[in-house]
Design a protein around this ligand. Structure first.
Ligand code: SF4
Ligand code: SF4
Length: 235
């Protein structure tokens, strides 16, 4: 509740759109970045098999990384970053009319709760998603973006397919979190079908377990084509 107390004292806590998003040390666990291979074992220590050696570098498969810090705390370990440019586009952003207003339908396909919690933070006064013209909607027929969290569970597969069909064109699907991208720590569960792209086409990927709110905002900025207008200052 620190932001709430600060807001009372300052009268204004929300950032204006003209300001850069500042990196917020401590809010995000950050993530590993490609690192020179100084120890032959480094590429083999990841519990989720997210690290691999490639031409003298240890590369990261962010779709598998759960940001456990194991490779970072080790000596020699992986280098680490605290930035928020995590979103990856797999298809073009939405056309120009969507650059001022976006309706988002969130669907939990099997989330543990943490990814959804980070999405909820976006509506708080600190991130104030609405000032960008972005709103959450319960109605798929009103949505421009379908945001999916969690691995797709057997019981949610049909609901996800039907929700995808109900969203009108042009639409984009945003997969949020390691589980949505690869199945994550639940990938071997009997109750899981697989990552989101095994069920519906995915246009934008936000890795992280869970991704912090600024990384999710980065995805919206990409979809709306305003990444350069509202930059995020790297930490
Ligand atoms: S932070 Fe954890 S999950 Fe991510 S690459 Fe390092 S060891 Fe693997
Ligand atoms: S990616 Fe991590 S935080 Fe998100 S649903 Fe999976 S386990 Fe939970």
């Amino acid at each position: 509740m620190l932001w709430f107390r600060e807001g009372l004292y300052q009268s204004l806590k929300t950032l204006t759109p003209q300001e850069e998003f500042s990196a917020s040390p401590g809010l995000s666990p950050g993530r590993p970045v490609p690192t020179a291979m100084e120890d032959a074992a480094l590429g083999t220590i990841c519990p989720t098999h997210a690290l691999r050696e490639q031409e003298g570098l240890v590369e990261i498969d962010y779709a598998r990384c759960i940001q456990c810090h194991f490779c970072h705390q080790r000596t020699p370990g992986m280098n680490w970053e605290a930035g928020y440019h995590w979103a990856q586009m797999k298809s073009p952003g939405l056309p120009a009319p969507f650059r001022h207003s976006l309706q988002v339908r969130v669907i939990d396909a099997g989330d543990c709760g943490a990814c959804l919690n980070e999405i909820h933070q976006l509506a708080s006064p600190v991130y104030s998603l609405h000032r960008f013209g972005i709103s959450f909607t319960p109605a798929p027929r009103d949505a421009d973006v379908l945001m999916v969290t969690g691995p797709v569970t057997v019981s949610m597969k049909e609901a996800l397919e039907e929700t995808f069909e109900a969203v009108p064109e042009p639409k984009r699907v945003m997969a949020v979190g390691t589980c949505a991208l690869s199945g994550g720590i639940f990938s071997s569960s009997f109750a899981v079908v697989g990552p989101v792209d095994q069920v519906i086409p995915v246009d934008i990927e936000i890795p992280g377990c869970p991704p912090p709110p600024l990384a999710i905002l980065d995805g919206f900025r990409l979809i709306m084509g305003v990444r350069s207008k509202y930059p995020i200052k790297e930490g």
